[in-house]
Write a protein that binds this ligand. Structure first.
Ligand code: NAG
Ligand code: NAG
Length: 131
């Protein structure tokens, strides 16, 4: 008697659950700032932002903490050359993190890499350094 009701409802639950499981496996929110028009100055407090609209709800993200790494991409090399960590231990679902720009040399090909469960890289931008 009960099985005719239990089985369809179980199949219905599985069909509903699988798209959620798929969307959980990879999320890499696009970095919106810094971007190609950004200029940071060493010692300045800045805010990096990213678009959280592609993220699953915060309570479904297995790794809720992010890490933001500074790198650089010499023209045409399509590389990341990670140098140092700018911020870590922040909630990826917050969509932003603020920090003081560390002491680095002037370059116009810096980028940031935002790690969720996969990385996402900003366009290249400028930091006015101490040199
Ligand atoms: C680009 O970055 C700047 C900060 O450097 C920010 O004010 C601006 O909103 C960003 N542009 C976009 C399209 O998000
Ligand atoms: C930055 O994140 C905080 C939560 O940590 C949020 O309240 C605030 O609105 C965010 N600001 C921007 C500019 O996204």
């Amino acid at each position: 008697m009960f099985s005719t009701f239990v089985i369809p409802s179980l199949l219905f639950s599985l069909a509903r659950a699988s798209p959620m499981l798929l969307s959980r496996t990879v999320f890499d929110p696009p970095v919106t700032s810094p971007n190609s028009s950004t200029v940071w100055t060493v010692g300045e407090t800045v805010t990096a932002t990213w678009d959280t609209s592609s993220l699953p709800p915060a309570n479904e993200i297995p790794n809720t903490f992010g890490e933001l790494t500074l790198g650089f991409d010499p023209a045409g090399t399509d590389s990341e050359n990670p140098i140092l960590s700018l911020a870590s231990g922040f909630l990826l679902s917050a969509g932003n993190v603020s920090f003081v720009v560390p002491s680095v040399e002037t370059r116009n090909d810096y980028l940031v890499i935002l790690f969720g469960d996969s990385g996402n890289t900003s366009p290249t931008f400028t930091i006015e350094g101490t040199d």
